[in-house]
Write a protein that binds this ligand. Structure first.
Ligand SMILES: Nc1ncnc2c1ncn2[C@@H]1O[C@H](COP(=O)(O)OP(=O)(O)OP(=O)(O)O)[C@@H](O)[C@H]1O
Length: 336
């Protein structure tokens, strides 16, 4: 389990103060995958550096299974840091070392003997699907394979937390999915807590149990994936269920957004509501996703002129959906 409390990082650029992190708090229990998304400049890289104490936070705490990393210094800090395995966008392997020696490197650093190292490396290479690649060199491997090596290396010291920083941004879609499957597979290992920092919504939708939106150094929205997606007016829902920001209503009609999930997502809500209000409702945009075993449907409708949109909203809500005027959801905000 990793617990982050009120993490703040202030940089000084001349007389200017930049609050790159401004009171970030989050908890990731073991066996769980938490995604952090945010625009460029939101503070993602600073968060990675502060979580790993590569950069010292100005204030706040990072605790792993109750051990406060921020209170540790020197040798104690080096030991505490090994509780976090880090995987970057590119694995940054030593080109002159074999794959086995790359994976075993963190163990070499802490003086683990050769035989123990070899056994651990063999186990980890098997885990990441590279059992036969130990004697190869990085240049002989594809990007996806190198990322597998990076994951094996991050697991070498049996960390309690795996921190992924844009793990699939350099990979093609098929390889991305293979690496995401591997992340799902390793998360059950020895009670790991997994944090994934990414700008790719696909990554969040496919593997995360919970997600936070970082903006201006703050977590502005956070929750279980299925909860945040269900909030029709939430920025994470907008980002993950991908409705275009704007659509023209048909012939002076009114735009209404509707979100339903589970079995309700399969109901013919538009046909039913059209019949109930006595007017033909059009679907202008929509997104249907299967997340964490549940179907989510977000539609943008045009309710015809002459029909009271509030009446259509009532009918839709009566069918178990969340429905609102589109103008109430999208007005004036810069969406994630
Ligand atoms: N060493 C530094 N000195 C001064 N300001 C910094 C430093 N590092 C980051 N910042 C500032 O802190 C803010 C957050 O930057 P950060 O790199 O963490 O964002 P990010 O979300 O990782 O962005 P990107 O996805 O573009 O890398 C930005 O305003 C950035 O200019």
């Amino acid at each position: 389990m990793i617990t982050v409390t009120d993490l703040t990082k202030v940089y000084h650029q001349g007389r200017r103060e930049v609050r790159a992190l401004d009171g970030v708090s989050l908890t990731v229990p073991e066996g769980s995958i938490h995604g952090i998304i945010g625009h460029s400049g939101a503070g993602k890289s600073t968060l990675v550096r502060c979580l790993t104490l590569l950069d010292r936070p100005t204030s706040g705490r990072v605790e792993i299974n109750g051990v406060d990393l921020t209170a540790a210094r020197d040798a104690a800090l080096r030991t505490a840091r090994r509780r976090i395995g880090l995987v970057f966008q590119q694995a940054n392997l030593f080109d002159s070392r074999t794959i086995a020696d790359n994976v075993g490197y963190p163990l070499e650093l802490i003086g683990v003997d050769k035989a123990t190292r070899a056994a651990k490396v063999a186990e980890l290479l098997g885990l990441v699907g590279l059992a036969d690649a130990g004697q190869a060199y990085p240049a002989q491997l594809s990007g996806g394979m190198r990322q597998r090596v990076g994951i094996a290396r991050a697991l070498a010291t049996d960390p309690d937390v795996l921190l992924f920083d844009e793990p699939t941004s350099a990979l093609d879609p098929k390889t991305t999915d293979e690496i995401l499957d591997l992340i799902m597979q390793v998360r059950g290992r020895g009670g790991l807590a997994v944090l994934v920092i990414t700008h790719e919504m696909h990554v969040v939708k496919r593997i995360c149990d919970s997600v936070s939106l970082l903006d201006g150094g703050r977590i502005v929205e956070s929750g279980a994936l299925t909860d945040v997606v269900s909030r029709l007016d939430g920025r994470l829902s907008q980002a993950l269920l991908g409705i275009p920001p704007y659509a023209q209503p048909v012939d002076g009609g009114t735009l209404v957004d509707v979100l339903s999930n589970g079995e309700k997502a399969a109901l013919p809500v538009v046909a039913h509501t059209s019949a109930a209000v006595g007017g033909e409702i059009s679907i202008l945009a929509g997104s249907v996703e299967h997340l964490a075993g549940t179907t989510f449907s977000h539609l943008r409708l045009s309710v015809p002129a002459g029909v009271d949109p509030q009446r259509a909203i009532e009918v839709l809500r009566g069918l178990g959906a969340d429905a609102r005027l589109t103008s109430d959801i999208t007005s004036g905000e810069d969406r994630a």
